[in-house]
Ligand binder design. Structure first.
Ligand SMILES: *[C@@H]1O[C@H](CO)[C@@H](O)[C@H](O)[C@H]1NC(C)=O
Ligand SMILES: *[C@@H]1O[C@H](CO)[C@@H](O)[C@H](O)[C@H]1NC(C)=O
Ligand SMILES: *[C@@H]1O[C@H](CO)[C@@H](O)[C@H](O)[C@H]1NC(C)=O
Ligand SMILES: *[C@@H]1O[C@H](CO)[C@@H](O)[C@H](O)[C@H]1NC(C)=O
Ligand SMILES: *[C@@H]1O[C@H](CO)[C@@H](O)[C@H](O)[C@H]1NC(C)=O
Ligand SMILES: *[C@@H]1O[C@H](CO)[C@@H](O)[C@H](O)[C@H]1NC(C)=O
Ligand SMILES: *[C@@H]1O[C@H](CO)[C@@H](O)[C@H](O)[C@H]1NC(C)=O
Ligand SMILES: *[C@@H]1O[C@H](CO)[C@@H](O)[C@H](O)[C@H]1NC(C)=O
Ligand SMILES: *[C@@H]1O[C@H](CO)[C@@H](O)[C@H](O)[C@H]1NC(C)=O
Length: 470
């Protein structure tokens, strides 16, 4: 009797302990409460400075068949040698502004009219509107390597083509010459696919035309080609734009891969092969490499946490997400309802800095400044208004910033998504405010760095897993 009583007691104790433990796990991120208990990032200041050399470390993914190396186009890992000079931060923030205006116009149901007026109000001639990360793919037979930007906000994949009837810019790779490829074919103007490319014909040949937010444009033949991702991963009859007349600044990249959700995008064209699933990791700095992977191939999916993907509006080609909250050092910001504005939120590969509603940005900045109160401040630059000079420090303790997405997904940002280096003595809080609380929230690539970001487009969900690049 005594034995069974004590075993009941023990079991009760165990249940109680388990309950306490589960409560702690379930409420992780919300009830850390006690400031300082959460892992803020203490790092040597020297580690915040970028290395002049490229270091590659993606051996973890050598089992993936359809994987491309992702590099920052302005860094030492980039094959675009003439783009190595980094943009200055003013230029990056200007580019973000024009990108976000473009997104806003695209998300609207009257995109064409808006597009023109948005473009007309741009502050300055911006740099390219479509991102800073590039991958190298092969096109044609024999295969020619082309280094392309990748963009989750674009649908048509294009590259510059000879003979460049209009104008071409100087790209790093030789310009693709369709007449020297045995697998190239024009798409006929009467093809049903031609309607998707959307702008008419050159004689009997389908014409495509894209206009970006800063009035840069790409016009040419809509065609099919063999696309080579790796020796074993080849896509026949891939529909792409063979550009004959470009305007705008795309650096020295050869063009762009469109990873949006529209039916002529890479994702839709390869749906049978890759199940509308892709993932990428953007590296923590321009001195290391990440990846872009198609399909679920070779991934230990257990560490990926998924939040629902939504469409902001019927015609939007962007990936919509729901951001529920932000915590600084484990303390949730006191902001009304969700972070997502009435216009919703999207995740974008081509915007650098996350654009928050002004009231949310302001609450984040207040909490961040409080945690950084003991550091020397540095001058503001452009829209970065919370900057620090660490040149007298040997280490720096950066508060943790956690984003909570719908579906119970909490992610603790990498340090590279919290502080943005402007100069060696000027590190700034890496967020920006939209002009109004009603503007669409854009979750940018700085805050995605080092995560494996998985787009399960067929399953309508978006996943995050930490340590995606290493
Ligand atoms: C970068 O590479 C050069 C040449 O290999 C080497 O001399 C230098 O020490 C490296 N710098 C760093 C910071 O690793
Ligand atoms: C950064 O770029 C802006 C805009 O192009 C320019 O006005 C400014 O002088 C540049 N700053 C530096 C430090 O190069
Ligand atoms: C466009 O959007 C507005 C507001 O979101 C809505 O009231 C209107 O009905 C929409 N128009 C069309 C044609 O979808
Ligand atoms: C973009 O094109 C429109 C219409 O052609 C023009 O009114 C506007 O000034 C242009 N904007 C820029 C930034 O070039
Ligand atoms: C190329 O596009 C520009 C506008 O971006 C236009 O003025 C020019 O006529 C075009 N050239 C050809 C050959 O179509
Ligand atoms: C493009 O490259 C050619 C040859 O390398 C050079 O002559 C030309 O000036 C370059 N154009 C620009 C705009 O850089
Ligand atoms: C594709 O169409 C263009 C315009 O009609 C033509 O000049 C070109 O020769 C065609 N290419 C092929 C391979 O049919
Ligand atoms: C493209 O998408 C539209 C609208 O979603 C659909 O009506 C059409 O059938 C699709 N076309 C193809 C070729 O998949
Ligand atoms: C700032 O320094 C003071 C004095 O050393 C210390 O008491 C305080 O906790 C520090 N504040 C933060 C946010 O680290």
């Amino acid at each position: 009797m005594e034995g069974s009583l004590s075993s009941v007691f023990n079991r009760a104790l165990l249940v109680l302990l388990l309950h306490v433990l589960m409560t702690c796990i379930v409420h992780q991120g919300y009830t850390y409460g006690v400031e300082g208990k959460i892992a803020s990032h203490t790092v040597p200041v020297s580690s915040l400075l970028p290395s002049p050399n490229c270091s590659t470390s993606t051996t973890k993914y050598s089992n993936r068949k359809s994987i491309l190396k992702v590099v920052h186009r302005h860094g030492p890992c980039s094959p675009l040698v003439r783009d190595h000079n980094p943009l200055n931060v003013t230029e990056i923030l200007l580019r973000d502004q024009s990108r976000v205006k473009w997104i806003r116009s695209q998300s609207s149901n009257s995109s064409y009219g808006l597009k023109a007026s948005v473009a007309a109000s741009l502050p300055a001639k911006p740099d390219i509107t479509d991102g800073e990360y590039v991958v190298t793919i092969g096109l044609g037979t024999p295969k020619k390597d082309l280094t392309l930007l990748f963009d989750t906000g674009s649908s048509i994949t294009w590259t510059q083509c000879k003979p460049c009837m209009g104008s071409c810019y100087n790209q790093s790779d030789p310009i693709f010459n369709p007449s020297q490829s045995s697998s190239y074919a024009n798409i006929s103007c009467s093809s049903t696919f031609c309607a998707l490319a959307g702008s008419g014909c050159f004689g009997s040949t389908c014409k495509y035309s894209i206009t970006y937010g800063d009035n840069s444009s790409s016009v040419g033949f809509f065609a099919t080609e063999k696309l080579t991702i790796s020796p074993t991963e080849v896509i026949d009859n891939f529909k792409f734009g063979c550009d004959e007349n470009i305007s705008g600044n795309f650096g020295t990249a050869a063009g762009l891969i469109g990873l949006s959700d529209k039916n002529i995008s890479f994702v839709e064209q390869t749906a049978a092969k890759y199940g509308k699933y892709f993932s990428y990791c953007m590296p923590s700095s321009a001195s290391s490499t990440g990846h872009l992977t198609f399909g679920k191939d070779g991934r230990a999916l257990s560490s990926v946490r998924f939040t629902p993907l939504s469409k902001i509006q019927q015609h939007s080609e962007f990936y919509g997400i729901t951001i529920l909250g932000i915590s600084v050092n484990g303390v949730p910001l006191s902001i009304p309802s969700t972070v997502s504005s009435s216009a919703g939120a999207i995740i974008d590969s081509g915007t650098t800095i996350t654009q928050l509603p002004p009231t949310v940005y302001s609450a984040l900045r207040t909490a961040f400044r409080k945690a950084m109160v003991n550091y020397t401040t540095a001058p503001a630059v452009s829209t970065f208004d919370t900057c620090y000079d660490f040149s007298k420090e040997s280490t720096v303790t950066v508060p943790s910033i956690k984003f909570s997405f719908a579906g119970g997904v909490d992610i603790d940002l990498d340090r590279s998504g919290i502080l943005y280096m402007v100069t060696a003595s000027q590190f700034c809080l890496a967020f920006a405010a939209n002009s109004a609380d009603s503007d669409v929230v854009v979750y940018g690539n700085a805050q995605q760095r080092t995560f494996e970001v998985a787009y399960d487009v067929a399953g309508r969900k978006l996943g995050f897993a930490p340590n995606g690049c290493s």
